[in-house]
Design a protein around this ligand. Structure first.
Ligand SMILES: [Zn+2]
Length: 88
C-alpha cells in the first residue's frame, strides 16, 4: 500500500512530516531526511547557490513542531464547529 506524506522544511530549523514516525515517535523520519538531502544536493548544483542550507532538526524542535500542529488542528476544529453552530 502506498501513502503520500507532505514534508515541509524551512531554513530556520523547522520541519514537519505527516507520517506516523514523525507524528507519534517525534523523530526525523526517512521522508524528512530524504527531503533535506535532496534540497542540499540541489543547492550544490549550478545556479542554485541562493537556496538555503537545511539542517536536520533536533528531537526537541520536532516535538515543538508537533505540539504547534496539534494546537492548529484543535483551533481549526473549534472554528469549524463554531461556524457550523452559527449556520444551524
Ligand atoms: Zn515522514
Amino acid at each position: 500500500m502506498n501513502f503520500t506524506y507532505i514534508v515541509c522544511v524551512y531554513p530556520i530549523e523547522k520541519a514537519a512530516c505527516q507520517c506516523p514516525d514523525f507524528l507519534t515517535r517525534g523523530i526525523a523520519c526517512k521522508h524528512l531526511r530524504a527531503a533535506i538531502l535532496y534540497i542540499n544536493w540541489m543547492r550544490q548544483q549550478p545556479n542554485n547557490s541562493h537556496l538555503p542550507e537545511i539542517k536536520l532538526p533536533t528531537q526537541k524542535e520536532i516535538q515543538e513542531e508537533i505540539l504547534i500542529s496539534k494546537f492548529y488542528f484543535l483551533y481549526l476544529f473549534l472554528l469549524l464547529l463554531f461556524i457550523y453552530l452559527i449556520i444551524n
